[in-house]
Design a protein around this ligand. Sequence first.
Ligand SMILES: Nc1ncnc2c1ncn2[C@@H]1O[C@H](COP(=O)(O)OP(=O)(O)OP(=O)(O)O)[C@@H](O)[C@H]1O
Ligand SMILES: [Mg+2]
Length: 372
Amino acid sequence: MPAELSIGTLLESEDAAPAKLNPAKFNRHTFWCGQSGSGKTYALGVVLEQLLLHTRLPLVILDPNSDFVRLGDIREGASAEVRDELATRDIRVLRHGDREGLPLHARFLDLPLRSRAAVLQIDPVYDAEDFNVMLHIEDEMQSMLRTGGMATVTEDGALVKFLRGSEDPARHRLATRLENLGIADWDLWSWGRDSVADVIDEKPDATVVDLGSFGTQPEMRSAALAVLDHLWLHREDRIPRLIVIDEAHNLCSPEPETPLHRLLTERIVQIAAEGRKYGLWLLLSTQRPSKVHPNALSQCDNLALMRMSSSRDLDELGSVFGYAPPSLLERSPGFAQGQALFAGGFVNTPVIVQMGARLTHEGGIDVSVPLR
Ligand SMILES: Nc1ncnc2c1ncn2[C@@H]1O[C@H](COP(=O)(O)OP(=O)(O)OP(=O)(O)O)[C@@H](O)[C@H]1O
Ligand SMILES: [Mg+2]
């Protein structure tokens, strides 16, 4: 019998019939939505645990709230069989700073030129002059990298020195930008150490990229871009991967405001449109469909919908996801926490599910009301 993912029970079934997803259909993009507190992240965890148990599909999880940093910590209640099985999975958690886990670094000079420009908040059209300077020093820098002058630009602080070492005022402007934005000091850059790309290339069962541990949004977004660029640039390797993006609106918005956000959105839309044949499959989770770029949304063949009370959002879902029956969509406002509608390729027919219990610990901590 082909593998099935047990995710809970069918709501309103007799004897709480088990709810199953078809793991083979994660070779399509998936959209996951529901309002804050509906249980998206918890339920997503249930599905990811099942994928870890029943498939060899490497998971790359972009985790903006540090919710999956304990994906390797099995709960007391899990059966011995599950415990033994999960314990053998290779789960790497990459975190910024000196938090517990592996260090999260990216190589600045491995980023494509446009990405590096975006990190410096330089847009090729709106900041044409500065972008052009980057274009012209590119050959020089890449040849230094090839000819072993490499250390001079990869060492901490050396990139600024390299730019300042020239007579060209345009290069000085770039150095000033790097310094003023504090980019050269970001702990994200590997400066010769291992990078997140090296870890992903080892194909662990799960790579959790803890984006929640960064102090600023540009640094967090740069880390995400480094991961997505790497996967995209190596797409011809055709290694299947599920790229899970919780709070996807942070990275893929209909109205991105900065060059970095624009490029991230573009990259995710590109993966949504063309990634499928290369084995790059997305799972995008967010609170409202209108917060994610419509060109990414419209490529999703699987839908998981949790509680959502806005009729406008439900109408939008109905129009984008024609395979989700309106009679089930309209029940979403009445869902309790942990209840979800599943529709699309990964279920035989659309179903409403009461999600089962997590096998591993949640990472993020909800803040409780202090009582007297
Ligand atoms: N099925 C469930 N069983 C037990 N607890 C749950 C369940 N679903 C959610 N919770 C708990 O409810 C809280 C909110 O859930 P969760 O963080 O998954 O919501 P969310 O939809 O991701 O919200 P947000 O959009 O704000 O991130 C968490 O503390 C979680 O532990
Ligand atoms: Mg969440």
